[in-house]
Design a protein around this ligand. Structure first.
Ligand SMILES: [Zn+2]
Length: 241
C-alpha cells in the first residue's frame, strides 16, 4: 500500500448506515473512534482522530446498526410541510393551502397559501420565517421599551444549539438579538419568555442573580418554559424536513 494513498473519506462526508444518515467528523482531539446521535439533524455522527481513521469509524458504525436504529426510533417523527396541514405559529393555527399565484400568509384568515409544486415547502418555510421575524421584532420592541433602552435590531436564524443570542450595544453599534425562527412553532409563552430573556441581556450580559431578577420582573417565572425547551426543543427541529 502506498503511503501517499489519500484517505477514502473526509470530514463532513455523509453516507448511509442502518437506514439513516451517517455524518463523518474528524476531531484531532478525539482519543478514539466514537459514535453519537445529533438529535436536531436526525443524523448519526462517527468521529475519528484523523481522516485516515474514518474508514474504521464507518466500519464501527455499521457494526452498531441495532444501536443506531434504537437511538433514532426515539426521535419525534419528522413533519413534512404539505398542503392540508395545520401549523401553529405563536400558538395560532394556520392552514397550509395550495393556491396559484404568489405565496402569501393571510393573518386574518389564518391561511398560508402557495402553489402546489416542488417549491411548496420552501415557500411556506420562508413565510413562516418572515412571520417569526415580524413577531419577534414586535415582542423585542415591547420589552426594550419597558427596559427604557433603544430597540435592538432583530434577526431570525436556524441555530441548532441556542434559541436566542444577544449582542449588547457598543460604540456606534446598536444592540442586536438573534432568535431561532423555530420558536414560532413553540407555545406562545415559550417564545415570549425567550424574547424577555434576550432583552434582559441588554442590561445584564450574564446569567447572574441580577439577570434572573430582571427576567422575573419582565416576564415572571421562567422555569416552566425553560423546562419545556429542554424536553420539547428537539421536536421543533423535526418540522419541515
Ligand atoms: Zn441568556
Amino acid at each position: 500500500m502506498s503511503l501517499f494513498k489519500p484517505p477514502a473519506y473526509s470530514h463532513g462526508d455523509r453516507l448511509e448506515a442502518a437506514g439513516h444518515v451517517l455524518r463523518l467528523s474528524v476531531n484531532a482531539r478525539a482519543r478514539r473512534i466514537s459514535l453519537r446521535v445529533d438529535r436536531t439533524r436526525r443524523e448519526v455522527v462517527a468521529t475519528a482522530p484523523s481522516a485516515r481513521r474514518l474508514s474504521e469509524a464507518v466500519a464501527f458504525a455499521r457494526e452498531r446498526a441495532g444501536w443506531i436504529k434504537a437511538q433514532l426510533a426515539d426521535l419525534p417523527e419528522a413533519r413534512i410541510v404539505a398542503p392540508g396541514m395545520t401549523v401553529e405559529l405563536f400558538g395560532r393555527p394556520f392552514r397550509l393551502e395550495s393556491r396559484t399565484g404568489r405565496a402569501k400568509i393571510d393573518l386574518e384568515a389564518g391561511v398560508i397559501a402557495a402553489p402546489d409544486d416542488a417549491a411548496f415547502g420552501d415557500r411556506v418555510m420562508r413565510l413562516i420565517k418572515a412571520e417569526s421575524r415580524r413577531r419577534f421584532t414586535e415582542m423585542t420592541a415591547g420589552y426594550a421599551a419597558r427596559l427604557k433602552v433603544p430597540t435592538p435590531s432583530v434577526s431570525v436564524v436556524d441555530t441548532r444549539g441556542r434559541w436566542g443570542s444577544c449582542t449588547p450595544a457598543r460604540t456606534a453599534k446598536p444592540a442586536s438579538i438573534r432568535y431561532s425562527w423555530r420558536l414560532a412553532l413553540a407555545p406562545f409563552a415559550v417564545a415570549d419568555y425567550v424574547a424577555a430573556h434576550e432583552c434582559a441581556h441588554l442590561i445584564e450580559a450574564n446569567h447572574g442573580p441580577r439577570f434572573w431578577a430582571l427576567v422575573d420582573q419582565l416576564f415572571g417565572d421562567p422555569a416552566p418554559h425553560r423546562s419545556w425547551l429542554r424536553s420539547h426543543g428537539t421536536g421543533l427541529h423535526a418540522f419541515g424536513r
